[in-house]
Design a protein around this ligand. Structure first.
Ligand SMILES: Nc1ncnc2c1ncn2[C@@H]1O[C@H](COP(=O)(O)OP(=O)(O)OP(=O)(O)O)[C@@H](O)[C@H]1O
Length: 274
């Protein structure tokens, strides 16, 4: 389960109202794309889901419980850039979450625990297409490879919710298409709910099961500070896209069919609705 409930959330910075009265229920395993004009508060909204920002008013619940007031391993995040640590190798970056959760201050694993974590990290590195690059540093990777690494780094903690802030925005179109295929596969094969901010409508409609638009209803210059953005459109993709059920008939639309044969221990039972 990984249902998000956003109840009448407002976010203000001083006198500026950024978001007003936002309510949204995101079903477990949905893939929601957030779109809207620049500056309307999409990243602010995502940072509230991450726990980096608190709502001024309203509530955010994850599986019925108030969201912890700081980022935690139940929520993974990938930004457009700088998600990975430049001084760590590919393997070191992917292992980091495990090391921190085992020993918060030393961030080191030993013995069997380390061997198991290394094995898991290597498997994940291979799943995102980076096998052979384990000892490389991020500066030795292309932009697309760095974003694959950032995904692996977030996924090793098996987050309930994956938050993506324009993760593919800086990539060339060809590389973007490849990483879209990977993203669809990961969504089908894991249990996570995904919330992604994007400026690219095509990307939103390619990947998401639901597209939610934020906008200011009143945008006269003198009103800009006093009124925030809210949800103005909420579109469920039709025919519905369901996590764990890539379409056999149009794999390009819903994810690669090959993934059906894939085995991960967290592979979802099919049939959940969004
Ligand atoms: N920490 C902060 N303190 C004060 N104002 C902030 C803070 N963070 C964001 N804002 C303001 O909130 C508004 C919304 O910013 P946000 O980055 O969430 O928009 P966005 O929709 O993600 O924009 P873009 O699409 O350009 O990335 C902006 O006016 C920004 O200046």
């Amino acid at each position: 389960m990984s249902e998000l409930k956003i109840e009448r959330v407002w976010k203000e910075y001083g006198d500026q109202v950024v978001l007003e009265d936002v309510s949204l229920t995101v079903a477990s395993r949905a893939f929601v794309a957030l779109v809207g004009p620049s500056g309307c508060g999409k990243t602010t909204f995502l940072r509230m889901l991450l726990g980096q920002e608190q709502p001024t008013k309203g509530k955010i619940l994850l599986d019925g419980e108030p969201l912890p007031s700081e980022p935690g391993s139940d929520r993974g995040v990938v930004f457009q850039r700088y998600s990975v640590f430049p001084h760590l190798t590919v393997l070191g970056n992917v292992l980091l979450g495990k090391e921190f959760s085992a020993a918060r201050y030393k961030a080191k694993l030993f013995g069997t625990a380390r061997r198991t974590a290394v094995e898991e990290a290597r498997q994940l590195i291979a799943e995102v297409g980076l096998a052979g690059s384990e000892t490389k540093y991020p500066a030795q990777l292309s932009g697309g490879m760095q974003q694959r690494l950032a995904l692996a780094q977030a996924l090793i903690m098996k987050p309930k919710v994956l938050l993506l802030d324009e993760p593919f925005g800086a990539l060339d179109p060809g590389i973007r298409a490849e990483i879209h295929t990977l993203m669809k596969r990961l969504w089908h094969e894991t249990q996570m709910t995904v919330v992604m901010v994007t400026h690219d409508m095509r990307e939103a409609f390619t990947l998401a099961s639901r597209v939610v638009a934020f906008e200011r209803r009143r945008d006269r210059p003198e009103e800009k500070e006093r009124y925030g953005a809210t949800i103005t459109k909420d579109i469920t993709i039709w025919p519905p896209r369901l996590a764990g059920q890539p379409s056999i008939f149009s794999p390009d639309r819903d994810g690669p069919v090959a993934s059906l044969g894939h085995s991960r221990d967290d592979l979802a039972p099919s049939g959940e609705t969004l």
